[in-house]
Design a protein around this ligand. Structure first.
Ligand SMILES: Nc1ncnc2c1ncn2[C@@H]1O[C@H](COP(=O)(O)OP(=O)(O)O)[C@@H](O)[C@H]1O
Ligand SMILES: [Mg+2]
Length: 137
């Protein structure tokens, strides 16, 4: 487990750590309340990888794609069964990083048992700063 504290202007502290530590293929659960900074972190990571513009997936509105190997999902109010029905589960087979906002524990268990590399970044908000805790699983 690793903890990094950063204001919005110093997100390279965490993006550098993630880029140096996480494998080429990873599914990253972003945990934190509304407005904790999940989307902001996702955009910062994309930028750190030289990927600037997000594009909504032509197939799934809850999937944003940044290039060929970086995917962002916002699963707010999406049930796991619904998620399966949408066929989105197969997207995780694509190589690269998959960042998930509002992924629940049953989805995490499923992905873990399927053998994916799973990481969790938990964000604790303070006034002008965020504390990021990064752990495997
Ligand atoms: N490291 C940070 N330090 C200070 N403010 C931050 C940081 N990260 C995000 N914020 C701010 O927090 C607010 C919510 O961010 P957002 O990424 O939309 O949250 P979420 O996706 O978790 O709902 C935004 O105003 C954003 O600028
Ligand atoms: Mg968000």
């Amino acid at each position: 487990m690793k903890t990094i504290t950063a204001p919005k202007t110093q997100l390279t502290k965490i993006t550098t750590y993630l880029n140096q530590t996480l494998p080429k293929n990873a599914i990253i659960f972003l945990t934190g309340d509304l407005a904790s900074g999940k989307t902001t972190l996702t955009k910062a990571i994309a930028k750190s990888k030289g990927l600037a513009d997000e594009v909504t997936s032509p197939t799934f509105s809850l999937q944003q794609c940044y290039g060929e190997e970086f995917f962002h999902y916002d699963l707010y109010r999406i049930e796991n069964s619904e998620f399966m029905k949408l066929g989105l589960f197969e997207e995780f087979e694509k190589s690269g990083w998959h960042l998930i906002e509002w992924g629940d524990s049953s989805l995490k268990e499923l992905l873990l048992s399927a053998g994916y590399n799973i990481f969790t970044v938990t964000i604790m908000p303070y006034k002008d700063i965020r504390k990021y805790t990064i752990e495997s699983g």
